[in-house]
Structures are given as structure tokens and as C-alpha cells.
Design a protein around this ligand. Structure first.
Ligand code: ZN
Length: 285
């Protein structure tokens, strides 16, 4: 039997956590200061910040606090929700996205994840057009702020009201249409794992140099809530290692971001949960 360093020293950090990022929403009960301290102590290297955690805080100071903990700020979640039934509604959406770009710049986050939006009853094709127009309108601000945008395709079960972008192919089409180095894709296994075109579309995304972010969790059977019953990696049926191999074959070498919304897991002791996240990352991602 080969003796590895890990086998000789059980406290060895192998496999390494250098690409482990956790979203603040994953440990929602924790304030961002607590999350930062606990993540850093656990050896986590990246954090994706949800905007609600910044409420009432000095955003630039919060960014410094995160970096002082040794954490890379991977992205800000989230912008988007571009479609609306009226022009006034679409203008309001753009204003919120401009605020998100400003917040990302203050925080020192290089990327904003976009949940693109949809309007119940409005044709999805019209919503997709409004999404492309909305992103295009933000590009000058993105460039000025040095903040990129990542279109996150959402599972088709959210096509009514959360996103008219439901496959990686649709997101790649938008990236091609917008032709900007400031626009790419956030690939989330929860939304994309079922897609028979996933391998080829991940490769295409890589060729477009547009694979900006990779989110992991798992799909539970049965899923008891369409939004808040995500599984921790290993609790479900998503072929995580297979998808990570495709993503890395496409040239992605960024963070693997753990994004779990789960009322079940939020109700547990968050320090114990963090230990489980780290173990699940080692075992399944
Ligand atoms: Zn995601």
C-alpha cells in the first residue's frame, strides 16, 4: 500500500481546501462577521456574500474584515430580475442592479451573480429579450467598476417567476449575443445536473471563456420545498465528481462554491454543520 503524507499525518490538510468557498446563505443564521471567523478557522478560503448580510453595515469595511480573515471574496449574490411588465418596472430593476455593482465595488467583489428574472404570464422569449437588454445597459458600469456579471441559469421549475434562463445553452447564447468580457456564466449543479446537453455546453462555455463561477450542493429525493430544501453534497443524486471534471476540462480553476439553502440544515447547530460541509466537500466535490 502506498503511504501518503495524509496517511502518516491524520491532521494533514489533504485533500486541500484551497478552492472551497461557502456562500453566506449556506449558514444563514450566522451574521457575516461570525461566518467569516468560523469559515477562516475551518480552513475555508473563499466567501460569496449575499447582499442581505450587508444590511446596516459599512460595506468597504466589511470587505476589509473579510480579507483580514484571509478570505477571498468570490462574488456578490445577487443581481438580476430584469424583466417587468412595464418600462418603469424595468428601469427600477436596472437601478437595483446599478446599486449591486456599486456594492460589489465597495466590498471588493469581482463578480455579481445574476438571477435573471421572469414575469408570470409574459412569454419567456420576451423575458429573455428584456434580460439581454438589461445586462447590455449595465456593461459601461461594469467596466468602470471592474465588476463582472455571471448569468446563472435556473432549473426550469423556476421559469414562471425567477428566471427565463433555464439551461446553460440559453446562458451561453446570451454570452455570445452580448460579446463582452464582463459577462459570463455561473454554473450551479442544482439547476443544471439533469440537462443531457450539460457536458457539451460546459465545454462551449469554456471556449467562450465565460465560465465565471461554479456552485455545488445536492438534489434530495423527495425534495420537499422548491427553494429551501437543497441537500449537502452527498445527500442526493447529482453526479458531482463528473460535473466537476467537465468544468475543469473546460478550463475552470476557480472556487467550488457551496450554496445550500435548507431550512432543515439552518435549524441545526451551525458549527457542526460547517464541519459537515468541509467533510462533504472532501468526500464528494
Ligand atoms: Zn447558485
Amino acid at each position: 500500500m502506498r503511504t501518503t503524507q495524509a496517511a502518516m499525518n491524520p491532521s494533514s490538510p489533504l485533500p486541500d481546501l484551497s478552492r472551497l468557498c461557502i456562500h453566506t446563505i449556506t449558514t444563514k443564521p450566522w451574521a457575516i462577521e461570525t461566518a467569516a471567523a468560523e469559515f477562516a478557522a475551518a480552513g475555508v478560503k473563499g466567501i460569496t456574500v449575499w447582499r442581505d448580510t450587508l444590511a446596516g453595515r459599512d460595506i468597504a469595511q466589511t470587505g476589509r474584515m473579510l480579507r483580514d480573515q484571509g478570505l477571498s471574496i468570490v462574488s456578490l449574490c445577487r443581481g438580476g430580475f430584469f424583466p417587468a411588465a412595464t418600462a418603469a418596472g424595468r428601469t427600477k430593476a436596472l437601478e437595483d442592479n446599478r446599486l449591486a455593482i456599486f456594492e460589489a465595488q465597495l466590498l471588493g467583489a469581482p463578480l455579481i451573480v445574476l438571477v435573471c428574472g421572469a414575469v408570470p404570464g409574459q412569454p419567456l422569449s420576451e423575458s429573455r429579450k428584456q434580460i439581454v437588454d438589461g445586462i447590455a445597459a449595465l456593461l459601461p458600469e461594469c467596466q468602470a467598476a471592474g465588476v463582472k456579471l455571471a448569468i446563472e441559469p435556473l432549473h426550469p421549475m423556476y421559469a414562471d417567476s425567477r428566471s427565463a434562463v433555464n439551461t446553460l445553452a440559453q446562458a451561453n447564447d446570451m454570452v455570445e449575443q452580448l460579446k463582452s468580457p464582463w459577462v459570463g456564466v455561473a454554473a450551479d449543479v442544482y439547476h443544471l445536473w439533469w440537462d443531457p446537453a450539460l457536458e457539451q455546453e460546459i465545454a462551449r462555455c469554456g471556449r467562450l471563456k465565460a465560465l465565471f463561477a461554479y456552485h455545488v450542493c445536492d438534489w434530495r429525493t423527495p425534495t420537499t420545498d422548491l427553494l429551501l430544501d437543497r441537500g449537502l453534497m452527498g445527500e442526493g443524486c447529482i453526479p458531482l465528481r463528473q460535473i466537476r471534471a467537465w468544468v475543469e476540462a473546460a478550463g475552470f480553476n476557480g472556487f467550488n462554491e457551496v450554496e445550500v439553502f435548507s431550512t432543515r440544515l439552518w435549524a441545526t447547530d451551525q458549527n457542526e454543520f460547517l464541519k459537515k460541509i468541509v467533510q462533504a466537500y472532501k468526500d464528494h466535490v
